[in-house]
Each structure stands twice: as structure tokens, then as C-alpha cells.
Ligand binder design. Structure first.
Ligand SMILES: O=C(O)CCC(=O)C(=O)O
Length: 331
């Protein structure tokens, strides 16, 4: 007979309770689950931001509505690998404008100079689109949402939520995970558009993807542990043992990645002197329902779909259809 685990060392795997703090507290908890070795002793200078005038709002809004030339090879790559990085989704001007607005929002929310040196933290803001017309154009962008619908092969996608993510200089790794764990939706037709608000060199911690998509099955047996780095270490060790390929490459300005909710991903520490600011928006196939039993790993999900309960269709006023554009005759 096997010994029962000692209570002091038993893994802490029960995530069945709801998350009862805010979204920033969720991220503070989540990044604490990453394995980080050693101190960062020297910070690399980040590449300079492009020196150019910011475009006007109307020009950016028009750009964000124009279709992107997605090829059949792009779609095939995404379906095999669970992610794709596409260059030129945003113009350099649209990226600079996004960064300026996100820095303003982060500074207002956290009362700190977001670009002012080492702060070690992973800052997050959500629901920035509801009362900010410029950010709404980025979050509800027909250009981005059509890419998501075409990658998934679905007719219509809704917004799950927006997510402003600022990995401050000195902040540690993002632990290995897949988003199926996070989003309480009963579908796998879910994709996140991860849009950097500057170029991201390797030293800044670009999002990195294990591939092909089905490598998630290799780590099904790794138990998620909510108060240690053991899940992150278990996934990394399993991927190493199976020689799983990982795409960890820089993002050029305007490049956006798209990942499926079964795609395993991670991001390295930010070893540069500038915050790594990203707008990560998640979209899902219209018609999806909320799962019966969301967990604490789904964080503040009710804030993103108010009034929608477990088992119900996820279609609150905060989950608009982003593609096809409502009222544009393509519905
Ligand atoms: O920005 C990061 O480091 C993590 C983001 C992420 O995991 C996601 O958007 O799915």
C-alpha cells in the first residue's frame, strides 16, 4: 500500500474555488508560478522607438478596419502549429500611437513612471476599450478580428476581453501554460491576438510557442500546482525530454502573434531597460457557452461577461461580435 502524502508536502492542486481578488492580483499570483534562475545583473538598452510623428486617430481607425492579406499557407501553419506571427499587422505609426495611449493608461492606473527603470512587476489592465474610443478601435479592430475568424475557420468571432500587459524591466518569466486553462469557454475556437506596442528583442521576453499544436497532449499528466513553480518546471522538463520545438524569436515593430487556446506558450524575463507593453485581445467563436464550473484560473471572468452564468451562451454586451462587422452587410 502506498503512503498517503504528508500534509505539509501534498501538492496544492485544488483550483475549484472562484478567484476572489482583482485581475492585477491574479497576474501577481500567476507570474509567481514561474521558475526563474539567478539574478539579472545587467540590463540591455532596448532598441529606440521609431522617431516619427504620430498619425491622427482617423488614419489609425481606418487602418485597423482594412483587411490583412492572410494567405492559405498562413492558415495551414496556424492550424498545424497553434500559433502564427504575422508581420505588418499594424503600421509603425499605429504601434507608436498604441504605446503612447497604453503608457498613459498604465501611468494613470498605477501612478508610476511605467518606463522609468526597474520595477520587476507584471502590470495588467483590462476593459480599457469600453470608454476609450481610440483603444476601442484596436480592441474591436475588424482587421484583427477577421484574421482570428479566418485562422479558426469560423464565421463570426466575439471579444472575450482585452488585456494590457506590461512586463516591467526585471520582471520574471511568464510560466508555461495554455489558455484553455484560463478562459471558461466550452469551445476550442478561441484565439488571442498578442500585439506588442514596440519591437520586442529576445532580451525583452517575446511570447514563445511550443509546436506543433498537439504537444499539449504531452503535458496532460503534469498536475497544475497553485502555490509553487512545479507546473512550469514539469512542462519545461517534459518538453525538453521530448525535444519539443519552441519558437522564441523577436517581434519586429507591427508584428502580431495569434495563438490558439491549446497552444503552449511562455515568455522570458525582461532584461532590458524598457517595459514590454502588449495589447492581448482574445476572441472566440460566436455561440460558445461558459463552462459549467469555472475555476480560480479563470480569474475575474465575470467582469468580462456580466450577467452570463455557467452553462449560458457567452454573449453579454461586453462581448460584441467583432467580425463580421455588425451592420456591414456581411452577416
Ligand atoms: O505576455 C505574456 O507574457 C503572457 C501573455 C499570455 O500568456 C497570453 O496573452 O496568452
Amino acid at each position: 500500500m502506498q503512503d498517503a502524502p504528508h500534509p505539509a508536502t501534498a501538492p496544492d492542486t485544488d483550483v475549484s474555488q472562484p478567484w476572489n481578488k482583482d485581475n492585477q492580483a491574479w497576474w501577481d499570483w500567476y507570474v509567481s508560478l514561474a521558475d526563474n534562475e539567478g539574478e539579472i545583473t545587467a540590463f540591455e538598452p532596448a532598441p529606440p522607438l521609431p522617431d516619427m510623428p504620430l498619425p491622427g486617430d482617423d488614419a489609425v481607425i481606418a487602418e485597423l478596419a482594412r483587411p490583412y492579406p492572410l494567405s492559405p499557407d498562413d492558415v495551414a501553419f496556424f492550424r498545424t502549429n497553434g500559433f502564427i506571427k504575422l508581420k505588418g499587422v499594424f503600421s509603425p505609426g499605429a504601434v507608436l500611437k498604441l504605446r503612447a495611449e497604453l503608457v498613459r493608461q498604465l501611468q494613470a492606473a498605477f501612478g508610476t513612471d511605467v518606463d522609468g527603470g526597474v520595477q520587476d512587476r507584471f502590470l495588467s489592465l483590462e476593459m480599457v476599450w469600453t470608454d476609450n474610443p481610440l483603444l476601442r478601435a484596436y480592441v474591436l479592430s475588424p482587421r484583427v478580428a477577421k484574421i482570428c475568424a479566418d485562422l479558426l475557420g469560423v464565421r463570426a468571432v466575439r471579444l472575450y476581453h482585452d488585456n494590457v500587459l506590461s512586463k516591467q524591466p526585471g520582471c520574471g518569466r511568464t510560466p508555461w501554460h495554455f489558455d484553455d486553462h484560463h478562459f471558461p469557454l466550452d469551445t476550442h475556437d478561441v484565439v488571442t491576438a498578442w500585439a506588442p506596442a514596440q519591437a520586442i528583442p529576445l532580451a525583452m521576453g517575446p511570447l514563445a510557442f511550443a509546436h506543433p499544436l498537439d504537444v499539449h497532449t504531452l503535458v496532460d499528466a503534469v498536475a497544475f500546482e497553485k502555490s509553487s513553480t512545479s507546473y512550469d518546471r514539469g512542462v519545461a522538463e517534459t518538453f525538453r525530454r521530448h525535444n519539443v520545438a519552441v519558437d522564441e524569436t523577436p517581434f519586429e515593430i507591427g508584428e502580431v502573434s495569434f495563438h490558439h487556446n491549446l497552444s503552449f506558450h511562455t515568455a522570458a524575463r525582461n532584461r532590458t531597460d524598457r517595459s514590454r507593453i502588449v495589447l492581448a485581445n482574445t476572441y472566440y467563436a460566436d455561440g460558445a457557452r461558459v463552462v459549467e464550473a469555472p475555476t480560480m484560473v479563470s480569474g475575474d471572468w465575470q467582469k468580462f461577461m456580466p450577467g452570463v452564468g455557467p452553462g449560458e451562451v457567452a454573449a453579454s454586451p461586453l462581448n460584441p461580435v467583432c467580425w463580421p462587422v455588425p451592420g456591414a452587410g456581411d452577416e
